[in-house]
Design a binder for this molecule. Structure first.
Ligand SMILES: Cc1ncc(C[n+]2csc(CCOP(=O)(O)OP(=O)(O)O)c2C)c(N)n1
Length: 574
């Protein structure tokens, strides 16, 4: 029997998983769900101490003698406050005490509700961190609770040990209710520091996918470390334009994944390095890696579970990780070969309407070697991610915070200390947002601004899919009709101005745009949002890869119709 409150069951399960046996319990009502779970369970060694001030010092004593993490549990209201003197000692002593406090729901705080003071406001030098666990009401709160509770367990001994508060919100009416359920099974998460030994898993038989998020160009050590890791294991490295990594086993495969190529490419192990990918296609794909593990490698060592499958955190630089994985023999690179095979089947020369994707299709091969490319977020980035760029070209976008507010400014900053051409591909809303940056004195002639002016935010038409049904989408959502052309402002700021409104005009001006020039150049391309949406659909449609089950479904529905498929599904389930 366990409490009907699932957030408590998550904590009890994790206490067991992380081997936290000692628990000092103080009497009370709100913590009944916890007391009930631990008191008769032989896994736990329980101690009863009435006074919470004493209980916390008592817990420190157990830690000093055993060296083990010690948990404490108390009821709501003043009980938590009385932990503070002992917690302050534990904080400065670096004693790993898990103070499990229980409190009323957040909506009752500061409402003169009985026994509901704010319990998550302990002094900064009494705990390393406070984690608050709401009741679990749906998948989102479940994910939040598991995440917070796991992080609390890991944080107790992270870098330097110390006390952690885990505050569990208890619904009054549920505090004395129990049911016959099992504890939830929660996937383990472990953090590895540079000084831990981490070669406990044989990687030689595994299909490994390394995904490189946004990353400055790799330096010699970083490049060598990842190249060498790839040579020794069955690895494919997924990159996009922001990864700035090019190696013998890297593959720029956004179009492949966007077209549904993921089905046959799932790895046994996912390793992620760098920042955010800014790439919704790979993001969506990596949500479904089945039982594969996800290892995140980063100096911050943070518990960042982007894809919901995180099992290990390696707190170190990427090169350090790759250098320190034991390797013995070369394997056949079958996994990379699968990626290459599928990628080579993609069609790039598809007939497209005059659109942002068309412009990317025509221009990507013409970008000079060693150029620097910037992509305003979302639509501009996506359109260009479909097409490969030369390895010598660097790529950047503001995908860390996803603002359209400073794309031009960042490009201009990049252009200051290089003579290579520096491009941005941007939409009209993003461009005009940051148009004052064109007035920055001393902008250089290596700047190239490509504006896809479709008169609004086409992103919201591509992204939502059902935009045609949304009311007033053009007025407020895609915000059409605000700005005209940038010709006047561009010329005023000393830019050479080029424009194109159809394919013929575009092909005529595009070579001048990518050539050397005495002044910075703006090329304003006038497309329509409808064409931008259609361009995207056409390219993806021409490359669509269906999974075996998709194909089966299609075959079935051709034979028995949609309704027949539903009937068969129910029969199969039975
Ligand atoms: C500072 C800021 N405000 C609002 C947004 C939300 N936003 C994301 S994309 C976008 C529209 C961009 O339109 P545009 O630059 O014209 O590109 P398009 O989608 O038409 O290619 C907006 C407003 C944002 N990302 N950043």
């Amino acid at each position: 029997m366990y409490t009907i409150q699932e957030n408590v069951r998550v904590v009890i399960s994790l206490l067991k998983q992380y081997g936290i046996r000692h628990i000092v319990v103080s009497p009370g009502g709100t913590n009944i769900p916890i007391t009930q779970a631990v008191q008769d369970d032989p896994f736990f060694k329980c101690y009863s101490v009435v006074d919470e001030r004493s209980a916390m010092y008592f817990a420190i004593g157990i830690y000093l003698q055993t060296g083990a993490i010690v948990a404490t549990s108390c009821t709501s209201a003043q009980a938590t406050r009385n932990y503070v003197p002992g917690l302050t000692e534990a904080f400065y002593k670096h004693a790993p005490i898990l103070a499990i406090t229980t409190s009323k729901l957040e909506c009752f705080q500061y409402q003169e509700y009985m026994q509901a003071p704010d319990q998550c406001s302990l002094p900064v030098d009494s705990i390393k961190h406070c984690y608050d666990l709401p009741p679990i009401t749906d998948e989102n709160t479940r994910r939040q609770v598991i995440h917070n509770a796991k992080e609390a367990m890991l944080e107790l001994t992270h870098r330097i040990s110390g006390p952690i508060q885990l505050n569990i919100r208890i619904i009054d009416a549920q505090q004395g209710k129990f049911e016959d359920v099992e504890l939830p099974r929660i996937s383990p998460l472990k953090r590895y520091m540079a000084w831990n030994s981490w070669n406990d898993i044989d990687l030689s038989e595994k299909k490994i996918l390394v995904v490189v998020g946004e990353h400055r160009p790799f330096d010699v050590r970083q490049q060598k470390a990842l190249d060498s890791f790839c040579e020794h294991f069955n690895v494919a490295v997924y990159t996009n334009h922001l990864s700035n990594y090019h190696g013998p086993y890297s593959i720029s495969a956004n179009l492949l994944i966007s077209s549904g190529g993921w089905h046959t490419l799932k790895p046994d192990l996912l390793i992620t390095i760098g920042g955010q990918t800014g790439d919704y296609s790979i993001y969506n794909a990596l949500q479904s890696i089945g039982d594969a593990e996800h290892w995140r490698v980063s100096e911050d060592g943070a518990y960042v579970d982007t894809y919901g499958h995180l099992t290990r955190i390696y707190e170190c630089p990427d090169y350090f990780f790759f250098e320190n994985v034991d390797r013995e023999r070369l394997v056949e690179h079958t996994y990379f070969a699968e990626w290459v095979k599928l990628n080579s089947m993609l069609k790039y020369d598809v007939e497209l309407p005059f659109s942002n994707v068309y412009v990317a299709q025509q221009l990507h091969k013409a970008i000079p070697e060693h150029s620097i490319m910037n992509f305003a977020i979302l639509n501009s980035l996506r359109s260009w991610s479909y097409f490969p760029l030369s390895d010598s070209i660097q790529g950047y976008a503001n995908v860390a915070a996803f603002g359209i507010d400073g794309c031009n400014s960042m490009l201009f900053g990049e252009s200051m200390n290089t003579d290579n051409l520096c491009f941005i591909v941007t939409g009209d809303l993003a461009y005009f947002y940051d148009m004052n940056a064109l007035g920055i004195r001393d902008l250089r002639n290596n700047v190239r601004v490509l504006i896809i002016n479709n008169g609004g935010g086409a992103e919201f038409k591509i992204m939502t899919g059902s935009w045609k049904e949304a009311p007033n989408v053009e007025k407020y959502i895609s915000a059409n009709g605000h700005y005209g052309s940038t010709k006047g402002w561009a010329e005023n700021c000393g830019f050479k101005y080029l424009s194109a409104s159809n394919k013929a005009e575009f092909l005529q001006v595009s070579s001048e745009f990518v050539a050397q020039s005495d002044s910075p150049i703006i090329l304003e391309v006038f497309t329509t949002e409808e064409n931008d949406v259609l361009g995207d659909k056409t390219l993806i449609g021409a490359n669509k890869i269906f999974s075996v089950s998709d194909k089966m479904k299609k075959l079935l529905s051709d034979v028995v119709g949609e309704k027949g498929v539903d009937v068969i599904k129910t029969l199969v389930k039975k």
